[in-house]
Design a protein around this ligand. Sequence first.
Ligand code: NAP
Length: 251
Amino acid sequence: MIRVGLVGYGKAGKAVASVLAQDERFELCWIARRSNKPTATEIPVTRLDKATFPDWLASHPVDAVVDFSDSEAVLDYGEAIRQHGLMLVSAISSYSPETLAYIRELGREIRVMSSPNITLGINFLMLAARLLRSIAPFADVGIVEQHFRDKSEVSGTAKRIAKTLEVDEEEITSLRLGGIIGHHEVIFGFPHQTVRMIHDSIRREAFGTGAAFALSLLATRPAGYYSYEELLLDMMRQELQRGGGQQPVDA
Ligand SMILES: NC(=O)c1ccc[n+]([C@@H]2O[C@H](COP(=O)([O-])OP(=O)(O)OC[C@H]3O[C@@H](n4cnc5c(N)ncnc54)[C@H](OP(=O)(O)O)[C@@H]3O)[C@@H](O)[C@H]2O)c1
């Protein structure tokens, strides 16, 4: 069983906590957040503080930290997890170049996975789309993203897909409609056929299953800095070599 500490208990963190708490492969040992807000959970909660975190960790040992907080939190807990040799799964969407460099440096000594897209589905879609793009570079490619009415910016995931497929960001079609959580679609237009790859986010719990998937793969790796795509690609290679798709994945 992997003992986990969760940093961040907001919209995503709460859903991640509920998934990890119900998964028998993990023991969710504590939650750290920025404030002292009352937290309706029986799991021990602490306010993340750089000065006191080493003591907290010593009295609440874990094997891994999962981060759904903000881009600066790692600067408060990074040295402590390095000293304890813990794994880190970070879902933070965007880091400054300096903080990203710091996280990559942590990967020299501990196992680190950092990904702005932590769902299995989106990462699988990106790998599959990249593969088809390389097999059929002549096909037209369109990217469509749909989100809730109030999302103002173009989806970062759609931009990442565009970059992966070498499609101009300007070509992304964005629709803002009602309460759509997240829809990404890659369309390959061939002369006589069309291929559509679609990912729909249904609930934030998908971030929890994504983090669990990353933790279980990271646990088998040596120290290093990994992306979700790398971990998934290695697993896909192994599956294909074995004959493919024999074992179900809870994702
Ligand atoms: N990779 C992915 O697929 C993915 C998916 C979803 C979310 N995310 C990322 O996850 C992060 C959280 O998203 P969210 O929607 O849950 O945000 P949110 O609702 O604002 O929650 C943020 C949480 O982080 C805590 N926090 C903020 N700064 C902290 C710090 N310095 N130290 C410790 N805790 C801190 C907050 O503490 P308080 O509760 O005390 O205020 C809160 O619990 C964002 O970076 C988001 O982009 C990534």
